[in-house]
Design a protein around this ligand. Sequence first.
Ligand code: MN
Length: 167
Amino acid sequence: MLDGKIWVDSEPGRGSVFYFTLPYNPDSKETKNVKAEESDVFEKRDVRKLNILIAEDDEPSEELLSIMLESISQKVFKSKTGKETIEICRNNPDIDLVLMDIQMPEINGLEATRQIRKFNKDVIIIAQTAFALSGDSEKAVEAGCNAHISKPISKSKLLLMIQKYCM
Ligand code: MN
């Protein structure tokens, strides 16, 4: 899916070595386009920075989102379960945006969204839905999310979506 290669060298009784490659082309046309898009979105305007709650139980995904949002975030909150997500929203009414993972332990993202909507109708909630699970997007909107974005998340798509809903 990432356009790399993966292979293995294996010798019975000795062991195996696993290899993989990931393409990295910082100067490709695509990267430049994305950069141009982002600067259109954020750098030309003196935009207000946001308080963002990243609700995500998978740590690498959470770290990736934090990096993607670095340029537009003022304060970043993090939660790993639906229950935590609801509590943080309740205690911090100044949160502008919640990036809500749907698959989380205890209380999932859909139920967490329903609970949050009982006391906060204004916060923007963007659901992060699993690409392969059809029906997730509709369910997210029904539960009270403003929008949904499918994983793996594209930075430019996410930033454009945030601009549309939060700025
Ligand atoms: Mn998850």
